[in-house]
Write a protein that binds this ligand. Structure first.
Ligand SMILES: Cc1cc2nc3c(=O)[nH]c(=O)nc-3n(C[C@H](O)[C@H](O)[C@H](O)COP(=O)(O)OP(=O)(O)OC[C@H]3O[C@@H](n4cnc5c(N)ncnc54)[C@H](O)[C@@H]3O)c2cc1C
Length: 390
């Protein structure tokens, strides 16, 4: 369905949007196969590599496009309209590259070298921080994965859960408790024979993200691979903000947007013989479409305006934490409601595995379990309401 997207403001954004739209067409054709099989969509990532998508957020000085947060959100939403799993997977990569570009928290040589790998070889990155005992890393628990100092580097052992993109990554970062110290290190790890993937990912949602367990068995990394050391409770030297994590709401609102398009199209074309015209003319269908539009427009407006503020006001970024969290809260909860409404419009047929809606319904559910979690966002807002100076 062709429509004018008012969030596209100039020619550069139009080009980025077109690239993502073109990729999403093929992703949508393959999505049901990978969902059914729980297989990893390697061909989607090959397409993105070919199209130059993987380097969009790499800095211009290292041969990327230097895409802004707004531009990243614009592209990610579109990729998710084709396939949510692919969008969430590639979102971690493009988001992390954007975050590293802005924070420069890696030593510059290491970052430059990795950018080259992204641009020339299509390498990608993600952060593996979740574990069974600690749950969400955002809660601040000490990782059970440990790093032990050796003469010229570190030896890391442990198991990471929810490791999205694990089937395709050659590089990832891991968090690890530093042996016998109250410190947590973050390391860049290259895949080797001491890194094993246990194919544990068999979930109802986001089945094609390859978010398996990754087991590190005495993995050696050189000293230069230690990116950051954090003492629990103390601020880190490089305090990067969470702007890049807007790839998460962009993903879930993109899935919901696709469900909305499907329902609108269905309503315009379905003509049961009990009615003189299509169900789009029936009042209760119009009410449901109206509710979808209200939620989708509100969520998108908020998401894009926060991304734009983040881009335009670098000095304000750390202060945007509650807005960034709220954008995720609004998008993921609206996405759940929008897909639900879309299925009510389509009726019993929406349950069929032949239609994409039941997959979208399952996929948006995963948004609740990506950071920041709802309770954290709401608590932050309450804290600000009670104690922030006006
Ligand atoms: C599709 C998908 C992709 C993902 N990809 C990645 C990835 O690439 N890398 C990665 O590292 N992680 C990834 N994750 C993991 C994610 O970041 C979370 O770690 C994971 O979903 C578990 O979060 P949780 O809140 O359910 O778990 P838990 O932290 O185990 O929480 C379980 C329950 O206990 C409550 N709880 C636990 N601790 C506290 C606390 N301190 N205070 C209050 N309540 C608490 C929670 O609210 C929840 O109700 C992914 C998750 C999903 C769903």
């Amino acid at each position: 369905m062709k429509y004018k997207d008012y969030f596209i403001r100039n020619e550069r954004e139009q080009k980025f949007a077109e690239m993502a739209d073109q990729l999403a067409v093929n992703f949508a054709k393959r999505a049901h196969i990978h969902d059914e099989e729980g297989s990893f969509p390697f061909e989607n990532f090959e397409d993105m590599k070919e199209a130059g998508y993987l380097k969009t957020t790499v800095p211009k000085e290292y041969s990327g496009d230097g895409a802004s947060l707004y531009e990243m959100v614009l592209m990610q939403e579109r990729i998710a309209k084709g396939d949510g799993s692919t969008a969430l997977g590639v979102g971690w990569h493009v988001g992390m590259m954007l975050s590293l570009r802005e924070s420069r928290e890696w030593p510059e040589e290491l970052f430059k070298d990795f950018c080259k790998k992204v641009v020339e070889d299509g390498e990608m990155i993600n952060s593996f921080a979740s574990e069974r005992a600690t749950g969400s890393p955002a809660r601040g628990g000490r990782p059970q994965t440990t790093a032990e100092k050796t003469e010229d580097g570190w030896v890391i052992s442990g198991r990471k859960t929810f490791s999205t993109l694990s089937p395709i990554l050659n590089y990832f970062t891991v968090s690890a408790g530093i042996k016998d110290e109250n410190k947590i290190g973050r390391f860049l790890v290259q895949k080797s024979e001491n890194v094993k993937i246990e194919e544990t990912w068999n979930t109802m949602s986001m089945r094609a993200t390859g978010s398996h367990d990754v087991i590190l068995d005495n993995v050696f990394v050189p000293d230069s691979a230690l990116i950051e050391v954090e003492v629990p409770g103390e601020k880190t030297h490089h305090q990067s903000d969470s702007g890049w994590m807007l790839h998460i709401p962009a993903c879930y609102i993109g899935i919901a947007h696709a469900a909305r398009d499907f329902a609108v199209n269905f309503a315009l074309n379905y003509r049961p013989n009990s009615l003189p015209g299509p169900i789009a003319e029936v009042d209760h269908i119009q009410q449901k479409i109206g509710k979808i539009e209200a939620e989708l427009k509100t969520a998108r407006m908020f998401l894009y305006s926060v991304a734009d503020r983040w881009d335009k006001n670098p000095e304000e970024r750390l202060g945007l934490k509650s807005e960034l969290g709220l954008a995720k809260y609004v998008a993921t909860n609206s996405a759940l409601s929008i897909v639900d409404q879309a299925m009510r419009i389509v009726g019993g047929g929406s349950l069929s595995r032949k239609l994409p809606l039941e997959r979208m319904y399952r996929d948006v559910r995963a948004g609740l379990h990506n950071p920041p979690m709802d309770d954290v966002v709401l608590k932050g807002l309450a804290t600000a309401a009670f104690w922030a100076k006006n």
